[in-house]
Design a protein around this ligand. Structure first.
Ligand code: SF4
Length: 154
């Protein structure tokens, strides 16, 4: 079973109410069954929702810092949404464990799904989203999918 960020599969769950469908993902699935989840929706955040940014986190370990209480996620209305992000990531991780997920294909530049610990994505974004941090702790392989790549549809 492969976990895929739901927005990459065409689900309209992004903060702005759109999706990030990516044809590149289909090639990576190779016929494997898919679990498509959005941790932010699972955390009770609505769609659309205000975008959120990490505060007080070290680049490359933002998700770990948030889960350990060393950092927060604050939306652009000034509301601390750390608990919702953490809760959504934990629910998603639990579902992954239940379904035997070994690989996660996660959308880039997301405070939940992002995975770019070396900071090589030219479009920027956090180095480690909250869900990415949890999945790595569970031994699940995480791969970043650059949603600005050819094939994205809005
Ligand atoms: S990147 Fe992750 S958290 Fe953001 S909309 Fe897609 S699935 Fe949801």
């Amino acid at each position: 079973m492969i976990l895929v960020s739901a927005c990459l599969m065409g689900h309209r769950v992004r903060y702005d109410g759109r999706h990030s469908r990516c044809d590149q993902v289909r090639g990576l699935l190779a016929g494997e069954p898919v679990l498509a989840l959005c941790p932010e929706v699972l955390g009770g955040l609505g769609t659309p929702r205000p975008p959120a940014r990490f505060v007080g986190a070290c680049f490359g370990r933002e998700g770990e810092d948030l889960l350990a209480g060393r950092a927060r996620l604050v939306n652009d209305q000034g509301r601390d949404v750390s608990l919702a992000f953490a809760q959504g990531a934990r629910v998603a991780a639990e579902l992954c464990a239940r379904h035997g997920v070994r690989l996660a294909l996660l959308k880039d530049r997301s405070p939940s799904c992002g995975w770019d610990p070396e900071g090589v994505n030219p479009q920027g974004g956090p180095g480690q989203g909250v869900l990415a941090a949890l999945l790595r702790q569970m031994g699940i392989t995480v791969r970043e999918v650059r949603s600005g790549a050819r094939g994205e549809r809005r």
